[in-house]
Design a protein. Structure first.
Lengths: 448, 448
C-alpha cells in the first residue's frame, strides 16, 4: 500500500445502489427519447482541438480539458486533443461530417458525459452526464418540430416521477418584437435578452436598472417588464393570451404565430394538464437560440433552477459546413439532476437490480441452488447464489445490505416437497412457493 | 465554413442505425450481467495521475492519455490527470476507496469506455468500450465464484446470437505444477507461461524453441507441450481428463481440484452443451492471474482471437490498501467485438428503435396523427409523425431509409371508419387495423 485511493475533486462517484438508481433514470430517459422517434448516436470524448474549439475565447473555452498521449507529452508537443464540454458542438461536427449519410430531418438523442475544468464547488461537476435530443432539418425545419421538445420533456419527467414540474415555453422573436417596437437598437437585442434572462435569479429591480443602460426610458422599461411578467396557467390560457397580443411588427407577429403553432401542436399531443405554460420572461442566455425556447422547473424545488432547457436555433454547424441546418433541441443535465434529487430525498437508492438471493445451508446445496438460479435467469429474473454456506442470519443480512428484496430458502424438507420458502426482506413476510411457480411468483411482483 | 469536420484517427464513430445495433448489444450484455446478480458502477474517465499510474513503466503506461485544464496548461504545469486505460485499475481504486461502504463479496459490472494512445491501425481503437464483471472477496473468495464467469460468458454470447463459440477454461496452477515437476525455476514460471500463451499465435515450433531458452530438455519440452496440447470436447470430458491427471506436487493437485470444482459448478448451472471446455494451453499473458483463466473464441472466426478473457487474481488493490482482496473477473472489448462482427457481416444494422412512422396528407392531419402517436407511445410503442405533409412516396422513403419498419396511413376515408392502413416496409404487406387495436398490433409483433 503506497497510494491513497481517491478521485479528483468535482466528480460524483456513486455507490452501487446509487448507481443502480442512476441507471434506472438513464434508462427511463433513453426509453422516452426512443418512444418519440429519436435514434442514438455517440461521439468520442476526445476531439481534435482545432475542430472542437472553432470559436475563440469565452468562458467555455477556458474550462476545456486538453489531452495528449505519453509520447506527445515526452516530445514536448502542445496537446492537439480536447475533451468535449457539451454535446452540441460534437453534434454539429457529426452532422456536418456525415451529412451525406444521414436522413433529414435527423432526430438524434445522445446520453454521454461531458467535461469542464471548473473550480470544484458543491453541486458543480467537472464530469457530468448530459441527455440531449435534437431535430435537425436540411435547409428548413417546420415549427411544429419545436412542439416535440416540451412533449418529450413532459413525458420524461412524468415517467421519472420526481414531483410536479412546469415546462416554460417562450419565443425570442416575441420579446425581440417588443424591443423593436420600443426602438431598442437591434444590435442590443441579445444583450437585453441576457438581462431579462436574469429575472428569476436577480429579481425585477436589478433587471430594471440594467435595462436603463440600454437607453430605455422608464416607461419603456416598465412596458417591457410588464410584457415579460406574463406566465400562463396552461396551454389554453397561453393561446388566449397570444390571441390578444397586438403585433405592431413582423418579428412579434412571427413569434406569436410560432408560439400558437407550438401550443396547438402540444394540445394535439395531449400535453395539456397545466404543466406546460407560456412564460414571456424565458429568454435563455445563449444568442445561439433564435425562436422557441424552453426551461423546466420542479414546482416544489424552484431553487434547483432549470432541469431541462433548450430551444430553436437557426444553423447548427456553420463552422463546419455551408449546408444550412436549422434545428431545435433540449438538454437534461442528468448528473446534476440526480445529485439535486438525492439532496432533497427524491431518489430511491435501496433497490438492487438483483431480485432473488438463494441461500445455502451446506456446500452440497449448490447444485439445487444452481438449478433454481438458472431457471430464474432464463425466465428473466435476476438471481444470485450465496458465495458460501454460512449462518442463515448472515446470508439474509448480505441480501438485505446489498438491496436484494427476496431471499430463497430451500432446506432438505422443502426440497423433498418441491417447494422453497421465499422471504421478503422489505415487509418481512414469507411464503412457500412451488419450485415450478417460482419465476412466475417474481414476475407477478413486477420485479426484473 | 472554416474547419473540416472530422474525428481523431483511431475512433469508431457509428452512424445512427449502427449505433442502435451497438446499443442493443450493450443492453443485452447489461441485462445478462444483471440476471447473474452483478450491480453497476461507473468511475470517472479522469483519474489523478499518481493514483492511476502506480506501477512504473510498461507498455500500458506509455499509451496513457494525460489531461489538464486550460488554466493548468497556461501556467505551464505538468498534467496531473490521466484517462483510464482499462476498468481494472479504477475498480481497484474504487474498492479500496469505498471498502467500508461496500458489501463483500462485491459483485460489480462496469460498461464504460477506456482510452489508449496507440498508433492507429485497422481494428485497433484509441477509445473503446469494455464490459467487465468482477467478484471481489474480503480476505477470501471460494473457487466456486470462478465458475460464474464462464456461466455469464456462455449466457451473454448465447443471447447475442453471434454464432457458435467456445469458452476455454484452464488454471495457471495446473501448468505451474507441471513446470515444478519438470524442475523449472519458479522465478521463470511467469515467463514460461507467457511463451505458452503464444501457442495459438506463433505455433508449437516457435514455443518449443522459446522453451529451450529456459533450460528445458527436449524431453521435458515435449512433455510440457504434450500436457498443454489437451483440449476437452466439453465439461464431462474435462472432468474425466482431470481425474486421470497424477499430481506429483501440491500446486498441480490444487490446480486440478480447483478446476474440478469449477467444472462441477458449471454443470450445476446447466452450462453443459460443449461450449465450455478445458484447454490446458490457456495461460493468459498477465502475471496478475493466479488460478482459473478464461478465453472465448468464435468457432467460425478463430482469426478474431479471444473475444472475452479473464481469470482469478490473488489481490485486487495491493497498491491502495492493506486489505486482502482476491477476485475473479472477465472483460469483453465491446467496440472491437462490434467492429469485428460487422466486418464478417454478423451485425444487423437495418432496424431503427422507432417502430411506427405516421404519414401526413395535409397539415390538418397532424391532430389526428398526434393522437395516434400519443396512444402508441403510452402503450410503449415508439412512433414518429412526418415532419410535414409531402408526397406519400417521399414519406415512405424517409421511413425506409431511417430503418423504421411500419408506416401508418390514415386518409379521410380511413379516419371516418376508425381504421388506419399499416404498411410493412420490409415485406411490403399492408393491413387495415382498427385505431383502438393499433398498439396491440405492434406489441404482438414483438417490436418495442
Amino acid at each position: 500500500m503506497s497510494t491513497t485511493p481517491r478521485t479528483m475533486p468535482g466528480v460524483l462517484e456513486l455507490l452501487p445502489l446509487e448507481q443502480a438508481a442512476f441507471q434506472r433514470m438513464v434508462e427511463t430517459v433513453r426509453r422516452v427519447y426512443e418512444l418519440h422517434g429519436f435514434v442514438p448516436i455517440e461521439t468520442p470524448v476526445l476531439e481534435l482541438t482545432e475542430v472542437l474549439l472553432t470559436k475563440t475565447g469565452g468562458e467555455t473555452e477556458r474550462q476545456v480539458y486538453f489531452a495528449q498521449s505519453t509520447g506527445s507529452l515526452e516530445q514536448g508537443r502542445e496537446p492537439d486533443l480536447a475533451m468535449r464540454f457539451d454535446l452540441t458542438v460534437p453534434l454539429a461536427r457529426y452532422v456536418a461530417e456525415h451529412q451525406n449519410e444521414l436522413v433529414f430531418p435527423f432526430r438524434r438523442y445522445q446520453i454521454q458525459r461531458v467535461y469542464r475544468g471548473e473550480a470544484p464547488q458543491r453541486g458543480r461537476f467537472r464530469e457530468f452526464y448530459q441527455a440531449d435530443i435534437d431535430i435537425i432539418g436540411l435547409g428548413e425545419l417546420p415549427v411544429t418540430a419545436d412542439a416535440e421538445c416540451p412533449a418529450v420533456i413532459h413525458h420524461v419527467f412524468s415517467e421519472l416521477a420526481i414531483g410536479s414540474f412546469t415546462v416554460r415555453v417562450n419565443n425570442r422573436k416575441l420579446v425581440q418584437g417588443v424591443l423593436t417596437d420600443l426602438d431598442v437598437d437591434p444590435e442590443a437585442h441579445a444583450a437585453v435578452l441576457r438581462e431579462i434572462d436574469k429575472l428569476d435569479k436577480r429579481g425585477p429591480e436589478y433587471v430594471q436598472q440594467a435595462l436603463g443602460g440600454f437607453g430605455l426610458s422608464s416607461a419603456a422599461t416598465a412596458r417591457l417588464l410588464d410584457f415579460v411578467a406574463y406566465s400562463s396557467a396552461g396551454i389554453d390560457a397561453a393561446l388566449r393570451h397570444l390571441e390578444t397580443l397586438t403585433a405592431p411588427n413582423e418579428l412579434l407577429a412571427l413569434g406569436r404565430s410560432e408560439l400558437i403553432t407550438v401550443f396547438e401542436t402540444l394540445q394535439g399531443l395531449g400535453v395539456d394538464d397545466g404543466a406546460v405554460v407560456l412564460d414571456c420572461s424565458i429568454a435563455r442566455g445563449l444568442d445561439y437560440y433564435t425562436g422557441t425556447v424552453f426551461e423546466t422547473v420542479l414546482d416544489d424545488h424552484p431553487a434547483i433552477g432549470s432541469i431541462c432547457s433548450g430551444g430553436r436555433y437557426d444553423d447548427l454547424a456553420g463552422m463546419y459546413t455551408n449546408t444550412h441546418l436549422p434545428g431545435v433541441g433540449i438538454s437534461i443535465g442528468l448528473t446534476r439532476l440526480f445529485w439535486q434529487l438525492r439532496e432533497v430525498g427524491l431518489i430511491q437508492t435501496g433497490q438492487s437490480p438483483t431480485v432473488a438471493f438463494i441461500t445455502l445451508f451446506e456446500e452440497a446445496d449448490r447444485t439445487h441452488a444452481a438449478a433454481l438460479a438458472t431457471s430464474l435467469r432464463n425466465a428473466g429474473v435476476s438471481a444470485l447464489i450465496s458465495d458460501a454456506p454460512r449462518r442463515l442470519g448472515k446470508q439474509l443480512k448480505y441480501a438485505d445490505r446489498t438491496g436484494i428484496r427476496f431471499a430463497i430458502i430451500a432446506g432438505s424438507d422443502e426440497r423433498s416437497r418441491g417447494v422453497v420458502t421465499v422471504k421478503d426482506l422489505i415487509d418481512e413476510s414469507q411464503s412457500e412457493v412451488p419450485v415450478e411457480g417460482l419465476a412466475a411468483f417474481f414476475q407477478s411482483r413486477g420485479t426484473r
